[in-house]
Design a protein around this ligand. Structure first.
Ligand SMILES: [Zn+2]
Ligand SMILES: [Zn+2]
Length: 202
């Protein structure tokens, strides 16, 4: 299954267009029936009393992600893949509007939903680009060598080698092209992104 379209603004809203919770009145925007996901690049761990991350959304707007009902040491962000510079995917995120103007808005993750927040090992812009190519099957994933573009069955060996790291997300006509694709072609960084995205939307 191909991953969903990360450029779809309904499925992947920016922080500003996420459904909001106003602290004075209960829920102010209707919640869509379909699941939606907020994407954010992790800037910092700002944990004080509760596990808290500071992220920036696809438009570069900052927001905080607060894991409710947990003590400061309760989550191992690194083990969850929520490292600085990586991308977090927050399902059904709802924006809390701060009471005071000028204060940063945040998304609260209820106790029990923490495991739903996924980390992708790459910067947000790179992740969006990799997912776009995964969907198009351009160069990689298709039946052509990711480095030289040779098609399946054209070479001497016949079948293309599949990258085992991302379960065939990239294919190569031979060992030489595989090594080239890993180093110069940048697959080293993309492989783990493809794998992580595939684990969510297999
Ligand atoms: Zn090749
Ligand atoms: Zn790979």
């Amino acid at each position: 299954m191909a991953p969903p379209d990360f450029t779809n603004k309904t499925l992947f809203p920016s922080f500003a267009t996420c459904p909001s919770i106003d602290t004075d009145t209960p829920i102010t925007t209707p919640v869509p029936d379909e699941d939606w996901y907020l994407l954010g690049q992790i800037k910092d761990d700002m944990t004080l009393t509760k596990p808290t991350l500071v992220l920036s959304d696809r438009d570069g707007a900052p927001f905080a992600l607060v894991f409710d009902g947990l003590d400061r040491g309760a989550l191992d962000f690194k083990r969850l893949g929520l490292r600085k510079g990586c991308t977090a995917i927050i399902p059904r995120a709802r924006r809390t509007v701060p009471k005071e103007e000028g204060k940063r808005g945040f998304v609260r993750v209820e106790l029990g939903d923490a495991g739903g927040v996924k980390g992708i090992p790459g910067e947000l812009g790179v992740v969006i680009e990799v997912v776009r190519r995964m969907r198009e099957g351009k160069g990689e994933g298709e039946g052509v060598c990711g480095t030289c573009g040779m098609g399946e069955g054209e070479g001497e060996g016949g079948r293309l080698l599949r990258c085992t790291g991302c379960d065939g997300g990239a294919r190569y006509c031979g060992k030489e092209c595989q090594v080239k694709g890993w180093n110069e072609g940048g697959h080293k960084a993309e492989c783990k992104i493809i794998k992580a995205v595939g684990a969510i939307w297999g």
